[in-house]
Ligand binder design. Structure first.
Ligand SMILES: [Zn+2]
Length: 524
């Protein structure tokens, strides 16, 4: 038999006989009787393709048989534990297994387990052992593998795109389901465990901008609010000429609107740490950024009072060393109904200012914003201007219009929130040079070409996920040439400028400050 035939046969065997837990969990979320039959079948085919790819990569003239036999044995046992105990083999479990000794494992043996072992592990292993696999020359075998992988990959991608609404919710909303994919997930876990155990390229915390100093200024103390938005795409933001006026309140304020602003990543976990880092999009790496100070650290050391209020998830490591307040719970956030509202983050800011009578103040507000897919939950009733709205987080059950309506209503809520931030700053305009800077962390896809939500690989992500709204507002004492800034706001800008712009707001100088990346520089 040819090696590829054996691999495809074994993969099919895995899908049909060792994925009971996977399909049981999938059909709980996507019941067969309510029109999900084809999707569940397609999922089986995608899983088959992925398994074939993984096994093909692991096979070679000398490894095919031992790899397949080991996997049959292990997979049969994994299937047993998943079917009976709903156990998931993640990297922590791998660690547990390695640290458990044989005696403890022997206690777990049962008759049923023996049946799994014999029928799903041992018998197929004996068949594989006795098979004659046609030997191939290296060149032949490489070409053969490339062909198999290409066909499997193409098939999987075509299916995923054909059922993209389902796969979006499958990958984004029901992450735990994939933990039951056997043997793919435990192989992934082993890889993850090995990687976690052996790779630590960065350690400690690199200090940056150690020479940071606040320059002498003619301005009064500065009070700046930086709002980090969530998943708002530029073309649904009223100020950018959207056919629906989703920003009626901001329109009445004297704001500077950046029309060509791009994000660093297409997901919160990348964009947020990246925009506060000094690396910029090209130089950003997660590990490196975690082990290097960011602009908030520099500002704090220079003497600025820095406060981070969180209503999104967490600060993604940015606010680890500055004052941090979690506004996702009713004990801190006084404006919670079915969820805690962004507006609640403004409550008590006046008291914070009064408690800090010296030095400049930077407040970062991290919004829940347009966090999907349950856009309908992101605003209070008064902002439901566009109807009907999609009232489920299963986007595949809604029309494009319903999804867009709910999405646009949440922008209406953000419009009101930002206007309230401005009102708070206006109240402090006599004592402070005030300013607000709003930037969304990334954009969002709303079903164009079958794409939903965000997180697509940056280089191939659609503009909707990378092009974001960005707005500035200045109080009357803030020294800035608004006309010059309004001109530069029409030019391409990006989150790479955030690090230097925040230094610019606070008139902090350091050797790492780059004026050309400071958005305020042109207006000074
Ligand atoms: Zn985000």
């Amino acid at each position: 038999m040819r090696s590829r035939t054996v691999i495809i046969a074994v993969s099919l065997f895995f899908i049909l006989f060792t994925n009971g837990a996977f399909f049981r969990h999938v059909t709980q979320v996507y019941p067969i009787h309510s029109g999900n039959f084809l999707f569940v079948i397609s999922l089986g085919i995608v899983l088959l393709c992925v398994t074939v790819i993984v096994l093909t990569l692991l096979s070679s003239r000398y490894t095919t048989k031992p790899v397949l036999i080991t996997m049959l044995i292990v997979t049969s046992m994994v299937a047993y534990f998943m079917d009976l105990y709903d156990v998931v083999i993640d990297s922590h479990m791998i660690q547990n297994l390695l640290e458990t000794n044989i005696k403890e494992s022997a206690d777990l043996l049962s008759f049923k387990q023996l049946l799994y072992f014999v029928f799903l592990g041992l018998i197929p292993s004996i068949i594989i052992y006795r098979l004659q696999i046609v030997p191939m020359r290296l060149k032949e075998s490489v070409i053969d593998k490339v062909k198999v992988i290409a066909i499997a990959l193409a098939t999987a991608l075509i299916i995923v795109f054909a059922f993209s609404k389902y796969y979006t919710s499958f990958f984004r909303e029901h992450k735990p389901l994939r933990y039951y994919a056997n043997p793919v997930y435990y192989l992934y876990s082993i890889g993850h465990y090995v990687q976690e155990t052996f790779s630590h390229p960065y350690s400690g915390l690199a200090v940056i901008g150690a020479d940071a100093k606040i320059l002498p200024s003619e301005q009064p103390r500065k009070l700046v609010v930086m709002v980090v938005g969530e998943a708002v795409r530029w073309d649904h933001f009223g100020l950018n000429g959207y056919e629906r006026d989703t920003t009626p309140q901001l329109r009445k304020e004297d704001v500077i609107n950046f029309t060509q602003f791009t994000s660093c990543g297409t997901e919160t976990a990348v964009s947020v740490p990246c925009m506060f880092s000094s690396f910029g999009r090209e130089g950003y790496e997660k590990e490196k950024a975690q082990h290097t100070e960011n602009v908030l650290d520099v500002l704090k050391r220079a003497g600025v009072n820095v406060l981070w209020r969180e209503n999104n998830s967490d600060s993604k490591g940015v606010a680890t060393r500055v004052a941090f307040e979690d506004y996702q719970k009713p004990s801190t956030n006084t404006m919670c109904d079915e969820e805690c509202r962004d507006e609640g983050m403004i409550v008590g800011l006046q008291e914070y200012i009064e408690a800090h009578p010296k030095g400049d103040i930077l407040i970062v507000l991290h919004q829940m914003g347009n966090h999907g897919p349950a856009y309908y939950k992101r605003y209070t009733k008064g902002y439901e201007k566009y109807t009907p709205v999609c009232k489920t987080n299963q986007l595949e059950q809604c029309s494009k219009e319903e999804i867009t309506n709910a999405y646009d209503n949440s922008i209406m809520y953000t419009d009101a929130f930002l206007t309230k931030v401005i009102a708070f700053l206006k109240n402090n305009d006599e004592k402070f040079a005030t300013g607000m800077f709003y930037v969304s962390d990334h954009g969002e896809s709303l079903g164009e070409n079958g794409l939903y939500l965000h997180g697509f690989p940056y280089n191939i992500a659609p503009e909707a996920q990378k092009h974001v709204p960005a707005v500035m507002w200045f109080g009357k004492q803030f020294k800035i040439d608004k006309a010059r800034m309004a001109t530069s706001a029409k030019e391409p800008q990006s989150q790479d400028s955030l690090f230097h712009t925040l230094l610019g707001y606070m008139e902090v100088n350091t050797s790492i400050y780059q004026p050309k990346l400071d958005l305020l520089h042109v207006g000074r």
